[in-house]
Design a protein around this ligand. Structure first.
Ligand code: NAD
Length: 431
């Protein structure tokens, strides 16, 4: 049985992938594919992930008698472009649809940046904040073993995403290496530098986003020295985005985490907030700013609004009330289809997720290249290569957006999708 999408086209039922986030990713793809006039066979091939694996497995708690059954996922969306690449997310809402959407976006992102990877993503449905370090280590090692035949330096290379970090990558690298009998640093990226991680990888997503914000600000006529920024999410991406914006002379007036938002119209003292966070692991209770909700934060008056937390934050409900000039997406999937239309009508300039947060996978690519060549680059070399790739992708997207009169998200998708479609046509159908 076939179903119809919003363009009145007949597509295969979504079945097991069905979720709001996967639906968003599919609809974005179908919209861009229609504008590109993509071959129908290829369109159908790209609408679903090529490989998915779900595992339920045990995680022994620190209290030895307690064993929790958890669900883990790994999805490889496209195997045409080279090995697949994508982060691993630990979050209590992770499901197959979410991981599949993230894997699809990784395909377009890598293609947009001209990286030799297809998209993948992984995840475990747990709340990492409720787990001890030793529980997290056992969980990570068991997850790695469950998916050990799927990942590999020439097959599929994980990296950090929400809820995971360099330490988690070190455990994955160690577990994989124990299995094959020798060290394989290139099986993951985002590792600690001492284990073969790249200089600058940890900061790269925020740094890359700020490279783009600088070019976008120039394009739309914002003087960063007199600009204000609001950032949702203060983890890896949000914190580094705040830091590099501050270094560029921007006044960061609000930030948030899952607990609350902090607002000070004269600018936040980021280093004092970092000290507070070090001690308390939450923004809650910081005295040097007004406490606001995450919803209030999104509607603050500012030049740059950077969602750097979760998906589905900018919707038809709040898009009419945003008071920013630029939406710089660090998070994946923060904006709904309906909100995109409103932002376009309201002339709010968007740095879309597959471009905005691509600094992370670009530096991950550098890490993989360095590991493969067994040669480490300096921070300066990483940053200058990152800058070049980010600004070139920005220019390609901007030119496409102006030429085809489409919004920046559609332009970025078209850049990525057309490259993958071309590669698929060239490789042909086996057998
Ligand atoms: P993280 O776990 O380091 O930080 C997430 C932050 O978001 C935390 O401050 C958390 O408290 C906050 N948060 C969680 N739920 C929230 C909510 N409901 N409201 C407000 N804040 C909330 O994660 P991260 O690595 O910074 O990833 C954030 C986003 O960026 C995700 O969408 C991820 O897919 C995307 N991303 C990350 C990378 C990377 O290199 N880490 C690369 C590309 C994209």
């Amino acid at each position: 049985m076939n179903i119809e999408n919003q363009y009145g086209e007949s597509v295969i039922p979504k079945a097991e992938w069905d979720s709001p986030m996967f639906n968003l990713a599919q609809q974005q793809f179908l919209g861009a594919a229609k504008l590109l006039g993509i071959d129908d066979n290829i369109r159908k091939r790209l609408l679903f992930p090529q490989r998915t694996q779900i595992a339920s497995f045990p995680c022994r708690k620190d209290k030895y008698s307690e064993v929790e059954t958890v669900f883990g996922y790994r999805v490889q969306h496209t195997l045409t472009m080279g090995p697949t690449k994508g982060g691993i997310r630990y979050h209590e809402d992770v499901n197959l649809g979410e991981v599949s959407a993230l894997a699809m976006w990784m395909t377009w992102k890598c293609a947009l940046m001209h990286l030799p990877f297809g998209g993948a993503k992984g995840g475990v449905r747990i709340d990492p904040k409720q787990m001890s370090r030793s529980e997290l280590q056992r969980l990570t090692r068991r997850y790695t073993i469950e998916f050990v035949n799927m990942i590999g330096p020439d097959k599929d290379i994980p990296a950090p995403d929400m809820g995971t970090n360099a330490q988690v990558m070190a455990w994955i690298m160690d577990t994989y290496s124990q299995q094959v009998g020798h060290s394989v640093p290139q099986v993951v990226t985002g590792k600690p530098v001492v284990l073969g991680g790249s200089q600058g990888r940890e900061q790269a997503t925020g740094r890359g986003l700020v490279y783009l914000i600088k070019d976008a600000a120039f394009h739309i006529g914002i003087d960063l020295k007199n600009a204000t920024a609001v950032i949702q999410g203060y983890g890896n991406v949000g914190k580094n985005t705040a830091l590099f914006l501050e270094q560029a002379g921007v006044k960061v007036i609000a930030i948030s985490d899952v607990s609350c938002g902090l607002y000070n119209e004269s600018g936040l003292a980021l280093s004092a907030i970092d000290d507070h966070l070090q001690e308390n692991s939450t923004l809650q209770g910081y005295a040097g700013a007004d406490q606001i909700s995450n919803n209030e934060l999104l509607e603050l008056e500012c030049d740059i609004l950077a969602p750097c937390a979760l998906q589905n934050q900018i919707t038809s409900q709040n898009a009419p009330y945003l008071k920013c000039k630029m939406l710089a997406e660090g998070a994946n999937g923060p904006t709904s289809l309906a909100a995109d239309k409103i932002l376009w009508e309201r002339k709010i300039f968007v740095l879309p997720d597959i471009l905005g947060n691509a600094g992370g996978v670009t530096a991950s690519y550098f890490e993989w290249v360095q590991n493969t060549q067994e040669y480490a680059w300096s921070l300066e070399e990483v940053n200058s290569r990152l800058h070049k790739i980010m600004v070139e992708a920005f220019q390609r997207t901007l030119i496409r957006s102006q030429r085809d009169n489409v919004d920046m998200r559609t332009a970025a998708l078209m850049e990525g999708i057309s490259r993958v479609a071309e590669a698929k046509l060239l490789r042909g159908v086996f057998p």
